[in-house]
Design a protein. Structure first.
Length: 547
């Protein structure tokens, strides 16, 4: 079941939860669950906060968010980070102690949910009593089952250590248990937690034993030659010790260390129970680490999405007309945050010229995105101050040269339109991807003097290249993410395919649509290897002639 959907959802009570099934509409404001009288789902209990959790449809998917509740919200038994939306899937269990609500997508009830009925002929319900006599194996099994929930639900490593070592002491009847980490380089043993709490410093831990367990197998020390080699515990009165490696993906991450001081203990008899605890601890640590990585990923994606929204605002509208120039543009980021630049600038001092620029910052991700924003802001400031386009790109290159990281630069194309005279001044800084689409639907290459990318050479003088747009002509500018995209056979798209795809196109909107469709078909499901920006610009008075 995919999470991206516009279906309505239902919140269905489980167990004794005192609510009726509640439907939430994707087009609505979502649902607040809490103790407040105004909550969409009202649950009256001291452990429920007034506004406890929210179920909302946002960014094309259903999510649940803990609203900073006092006692927290669990999703399938895992505690949610406050105010961090988590995607939902059909069948998910949302727990707000002491009750649980099931999330269901759409109007149909899941096939796994069965109806229930009281069976006739039975007069009463009785609790089945526990056996009065339990052997040691049964006692350990019961303790293991009870401890497994607490171990796998521990939110932090220290809390896991406390639950684990306490269960170990209770199950083995040994005097002390510790969760430790070991650095083979300097022989340092770090104690994460222990039970009893005051037993950590009562005697040292055998580095010999821990070093041996670092090979990935349980080991023990007894009163023989191996015990006498454990110099760190000789003379402490310890009669035996056991060390269980805790594994994550076949790698030792920490150790469950158990020892006994006074009474002799048959460590072979308690080894199976201790190893079972160690495996549970490995599963819990793996889940904990995965949850931590997922949390970091969510934070990063939220930051990137926020940065992308800022970029979209800086790029401005995807189409429009101003001061006699009309355009259509599409920008598709390769990694959420784009390194491509696009902008339309109108002079406050003169309505006779409009600057259009498109560029591509080297690299991918947040760093190039930040440089893109800085380049856009700097160029806008220069042009707003009435600086000539040739001087503006000269200053921009020096700006990037002085501030960008080593090896970072941007290819750049700047076109200054003079609608009344139909003249366009072009400046090429290592970009090269533009052409004129004539009114008859044929692409005409532009032969101009190019220059190095901005930021590469200090004080580089860029050449002004003047062209004239005939009635109905359109200037097509695109980033190298279009021309340099490869298909499944490893063939690069190239400028010739771009020109061929534009033959017969009649408008800016059709130009962009054709190139976007052609690129998608050429990639054939492959992810775009770079950011993609496509723009078509023309004299606004030609709109009627081109339809």
């Amino acid at each position: 079941m995919t999470t991206g959907t516009s279906e309505n959802c239902r919140l269905v009570p489980m167990g004794e939860c005192p609510m009726k099934p509640f439907e939430v509409h994707s087009a609505g404001k979502g649902c607040i669950i809490g103790r407040s009288v105004g909550a969409s789902v009202h649950l009256e209990h001291p452990s429920i906060s007034r506004q406890h959790a929210a179920v909302q449809f946002q960014n094309g998917r259903w999510t649940v968010t803990d609203l900073g509740s006092r006692h927290g919200t669990l999703l399938n038994g895992v505690a949610l980070t406050a105010r961090h939306p988590m995607p939902l899937r059909t069948g998910d269990r949302i727990s707000l102690s002491p009750w649980t609500i099931r999330f269901e997508m759409g109007s149909a009830v899941a096939e796994t949910v069965m109806g229930s009925a009281d069976e006739a002929g039975f007069n009463s319900v009785q609790i089945v009593p526990e056996s009065r006599v339990k052997n040691e194996a049964q006692r350990q099994l019961d303790l293991l089952i009870n401890a497994s929930v607490a171990i796998c639900s521990a939110p932090t490593e220290p809390e896991l250590a406390l639950v684990l070592t306490r269960a170990c002491v209770e199950g083995t009847r040994c005097e002390r248990a510790l969760l430790v980490r070991f650095s083979a380089g300097d022989g340092r043993v770090e104690v994460v937690g222990c039970w009893p709490a005051n037993a950590m410093k009562s005697r040292p831990v055998s580095r010999t034993l821990v070093r041996a367990a670092a090979q990935g197998k349980p080991v023990r020390l007894t009163e023989d030659s191996s015990f006498l080699s454990a110099q760190s515990i000789v003379g402490t009165g310890v009669n035996g010790a056991l060390c269980i490696p805790i594994m994550i993906d076949e790698q030792v991450t920490s150790f469950l260390y158990i020892d006994q001081l006074d009474l002799k203990k048959e460590f072979e008899e308690i080894s199976a129970f201790s190893q079972a605890l160690g495996r549970l601890a490995g599963f819990a640590l793996m889940k904990m680490q995965r949850a931590d990585l997922e949390s970091r990923q969510r934070d990063l994606l939220e930051e990137l999405a926020s940065a992308r929204r800022v970029q979209e605002k800086m790029m401005g509208s995807s189409d429009g007309a101003v001061h006699g120039v009309h355009w259509r543009m599409v920008s598709i980021p390769g990694q959420v945050v784009a390194g491509d630049i696009f902008g339309i600038h109108t002079s406050k001092t003169s309505s006779e010229r409009v600057a259009v620029f498109l560029g591509d910052v080297s690299g991918k991700g947040l760093g190039p995105g930040l440089l893109m924003a800085a380049i856009t802001a700097h160029l806008e400031a220069q042009l707003s101050g009435g600086v000539d386009a040739r001087k503006a790109i000269f200053d921009l290159s020096n700006f990037v040269n002085a501030r960008a990281a080593a090896g970072q630069f941007a290819t750049f194309a700047l076109a200054e339109f003079y609608p009344k005279s139909r003249r366009v001044d072009l400046f090429d800084a290592g970009h090269g991807y533009f052409m004129v689409l004539q009114s008859n639907g044929k692409a005409k290459p532009i032969e101009i003097d190019g220059g190095v990318p901005i930021g590469v050479v200090e004080d580089f003088e860029y050449v002004r290249n003047a062209i004239t747009l005939e009635a109905g002509d359109r200037l097509i500018i695109f980033s190298d993410g279009v021309a340099e995209q490869h298909n499944r056979e490893g063939v690069m798209l190239g400028s010739e395919r771009v020109a061929a795809a534009l033959i017969g196109s009649r408008s800016c909107a059709e130009d962009v649509s054709r190139l976007e469709g052609m690129l998608k078909k050429f990639a054939d499901g492959l992810a775009y290897t770079d950011d993609v920006t496509i723009a078509s610009v023309m004299i606004a008075s030609d709109l009627a002639a081109t339809g």
